[in-house]
Design a protein around this ligand. Sequence first.
Ligand code: HEM
Length: 490
Amino acid sequence: MSPTPTAEAPDRTTDRRRITAPPPRPYHNRLLQGIAEDAVGEVRTRRGRVPLPAGSMAFSARNTHAAVADPLRLLLEHYERFGPVFTIRTLHDPLVWAIGPEANHQILVSEFDAFSWREGRYRDLGPLLGNGMLNIDGAYHRQMRGLMLPAFHREQVASIVDRMVAEGVAAADRLRPGDTIDLYHWTRDLALRIALRALAGIEADSEHEHEAAEAFETALSIHGRTPLLQVLRGPGTPYARAMRARDRLDALILGEIERRRRAGDPGPGVLGMLLEATDGEGEPLPRDAVRDQLVTLLFAGHDTTTATLTFMFYELGRATGARAALEEEIDALLPGRDPVAADLDGKALPVLERTLEETLRRYPPAWIGPRRVLRDVTLAGVPVPAGATLNYSSWATHHLPHLYPDPLAFDPDRFLPDNRAQLPKGAYVPFGGGSRMCLGKRFGETELRALTAILVRRLRLEPDPARTLRITTTPTLGPVGGLRFRVRER
Ligand code: HEM
């Protein structure tokens, strides 16, 4: 689906089930120490030979607010004024932003070793995700990726399609014409159920699944608060609520890990792979190391698909031509039946594929790629110093008018093969790219294709005209407070 290079092959020199590299030391979460470290880091960066790229260097309440309320506009404005690489200070921290194909390709592929994930803004997810895939680098990351990669191979994902479809059909068959549903919450519970079963082999009852979905939402909602509220600590703060939600989630995950260990059976899914793995001493991986990877996969595996499906039906409710083309394709190619694995390979249903691609252009859920710069580097012709905190943004890149004319218009035909071939490398990066391309890309795409086909076959979803879409970036894109749709007969 994306023209980005393929994922790195696993490390073949070692047994992929042995994680010999040591994990990084846990993050501390002391507020003042964090601010002090940022300040020292900034002084060091400024003392270096390379200055921070030009931009909004002084603290600005407007920019700090806009960074949460309307980051797309803020970034596109800065791109116009300063070019593809610029700095914006939010609160105390000067953050470098890189927009556009050239910088994206460098960050993801040609200069990827100049960047750390762990020390970028993914650090903010540390309290929930620990040393999961988004928060590690180097050999530990490479080995963990190699360990889990087989779970995301084509055959492996195809083998769970029946399960995905069965879950989707059961949920869709409960919808009745005339109902009003919040599609975001409907999909969120469903996507978490699919992720729990397919990735972790956890057969939670629907009450537990709903509770886990709520816990994720609460734990993550801290990122949508104003920066000041995010950094406060102590009882009653958003941070304290987020930590209580994390504990509720852990009760489910750690309980399952203990249960399997006691039974002496690693069980199915990625969780089984993690439980079978050993460290450099030949000992089973510590419980927390397993937990961190699993929670990261569950987070990445349900939040992104949930938002994408909701945004897609929102746009289809407005772009009736695109909706008609999709309905026609589904009716013609899936007459009276639900999809099987062969229908979901990305080629069998080309209109569906273009509709998804356009949705991920307009609303790439993982809209930033946060990094720390490890050595002085020049991005799109602009020098950036070692030590800088940097984000690339797929969302902003996907709205550059020279790449995507009339960028706010929803038009799946942008991704007709001839149009797509015109896009330069790094112009379309909803799944990142290079050696750290989204691990769950195939899983997520397959699930999205399946759920879309199941819904479109059965009914039509019309966005509630009384609600306007407001987007949160917490930390992935999503509709503020969910999004309501009327269920209509087709
Ligand atoms: C529409 C669906 C999805 C989108 C748009 C998406 C997007 C992304 C992006 C952009 C990145 C790279 C971020 C960066 O460069 O900083 C990423 C990484 C990752 N994603 Fe996804 N993702 C999706 C679904 C999934 C699913 C379903 C899973 C797991 C089942 C998953 C697991 C991961 C993991 C583990 C990484 C880190 C990979 C690594 O560091 O090696 N994602 N995803």
